[in-house]
Design a protein around this ligand. Structure first.
Ligand SMILES: [Cu+2]
Ligand SMILES: [Zn+2]
Length: 173
């Protein structure tokens, strides 16, 4: 029975949350093969979780009907957007997963991004992590959709863009 009861959440005052300064941000840049990708992922503290607001530009785009692109999107545990010739962001390692869950129940599993002429905007709520625990870790975009089944990472393909999550500077009073 307890599995069926959901926790009560107070309404999130979204507009007032977004008017505040995000607590952390990741500046997203594409790999050498995807130099046109840029964007920002902002993390806002809400009462009982985190609001994640992503805006990404310059994504690969297909002009063919019914073939708009979908990109796997995760927080990875590594702290550096570096890698090798084969995998530009290999050093980001696995999906952030402090709870030892399987994919797509990793704390770092995020809803995939849907592009529109190369532009994607996503805004969602999660209580899988606190902002403090993901600061210093990395946000990754993949070139394929996440299938939400394949272990350990949803068969989402090549890592095409990356950003390190950084605490925003708090102005001194
Ligand atoms: Cu990933
Ligand atoms: Zn995952």
């Amino acid at each position: 029975m307890s599995q069926l009861t959901s926790r009560h959440y107070a309404p999130i005052q979204l507009l007032s949350v977004l008017r505040r300064r995000p607590r952390a941000e990741a500046e997203i840049t594409g790999s050498e093969n995807y130099p046109g990708i840029s964007g920002t992922v902002r993390f806002y503290q809400a009462n009982e979780g985190v609001i994640v607001y992503a805006e990404i530009r310059g994504l690969p785009h297909s002009a063919l009907p019914c073939q708009d692109r979908i990109f796997g999107f995760h927080i990875h545990e590594g702290t550096s957007c570096t890698g090798s010739r084969d995998d530009a962001f290999a050093d980001v390692m696995s999906h952030y997963n402090p709870g030892g869950c399987s994919h797509p129940h990793h704390a770092g599993d995020l809803p995939p991004l849907f592009e529109n002429n190369g532009f994607a905007l996503s805004l969602f709520f999660t209580d899988r992590f606190s902002i403090d625990e993901v600061i210093g870790r990395t946000v990754i975009l993949h070139d394929r959709p996440d299938d939400f089944t394949t272990q350990p990472s949803g068969n989402s393909g090549t890592k095409i863009a990356c950003g390190v999550i950084q605490r925003t500077i708090t102005p001194r009073l």
